[in-house]
Design a protein around this ligand. Structure first.
Ligand code: SAM
Length: 235
């Protein structure tokens, strides 16, 4: 991915862009030389942004506020049977709204994985600024789970990208353009079940096919057009 400064670069933003470009998968380009039709990570004086054509995306806390209002009644939390102190591994960080919410609710930092480096960077920066109790790791979920011992977390969550046209807006188009769209597979599930001491929870759309395809034994439905949650209890 291209990394560049915004048009008004400063020595600080230039140095930060250069540092990021040394990470795998990034290429440093001058702002006027960037390919506007390809995604770019912009380093600005106030932080990171994603750019694609004339669209810009800056991190924001998403629907955190409404989730915190729902608290322990939120369907994701009920599907997880989340208890204060639970150790949660979120295998799909995205913008970190879930991880931020769950960390605040269980009073314990959530570990969250993101396979796409630019998303990991921009979300980690946003969460840091918001004081969110989330430890962001740039890693692919199945590979990361494979290296963990049995029962390393109480709950493992998967929230794969929804197929387009499902009516659930998940973030902005720029984020969708760079996110990883590979479905969670059977190996992810087997590893997640080994690592989760209590439960594995996967979010799907309603109506959807993912949970049935994964042989899910228990589904928490909220209503048509809303997310639904697949639950695998341990033991
Ligand atoms: C639907 S979004 C998650 C949204 C997130 N729950 C939130 O609250 O913002 C899915 C995210 O998981 C990432 N992802 C998909 N597959 C992954 C994998 N195997 N390992 C790590 N991250 C993955 C995608 O790049 C994307 O950012």
């Amino acid at each position: 991915m291209q990394v560049t400064t915004s048009s008004r670069a400063t020595p600080t933003t230039l140095a930060r862009a250069a540092r990021i470009s040394r990470l795998p998968g990034f290429e440093l380009v001058r702002y006027p030389d960037r390919d506007p039709d390809a995604p770019a990570l912009l380093v600005g004086r106030t932080g990171l942004a994603l750019a694609l054509g004339d669209r810009r995306f800056r991190w924001h806390p998403g629907l955190l506020h409404t989730r915190l209002e729902a608290g322990f009644n939120h369907p994701l939390v009920r599907a997880m049977d989340l208890q204060p102190g639970d150790r949660v591994l979120d295998s799909s960080l995205g913008l970190g709204t879930d991880a931020h919410f769950l960390g605040r609710l269980c009073g314990q930092p959530v570990t969250a994985l993101e396979a796409v480096p630019a998303l990991a960077l921009i979300t980690a920066e946003g969460l840091r600024g918001a004081g969110a109790p989330v430890r962001v790791i740039c890693a692919e979920g199945t590979a990361f789970l494979r290296a963990l011992p049995d029962g390393a977390f109480d709950i493992v969550q998967g929230d794969p990208m929804f197929p387009p046209g499902t009516g659930i807006t998940h973030s902005l188009e720029v984020v969708r353009a760079i996110a990883r769209h590979v479905p969670l597979g059977s190996e992810w599930l087997a590893e997640a079940r080994r690592v989760a001491r209590k439960r594995v929870v996967i979010r799907d759309v309603d109506p959807g096919e993912l949970l049935e395809a994964m042989g899910c034994p228990e589904v928490l439905r909220v209503g048509r057009g809303r997310p639904r949650y697949g639950v695998w209890r341990s033991g």
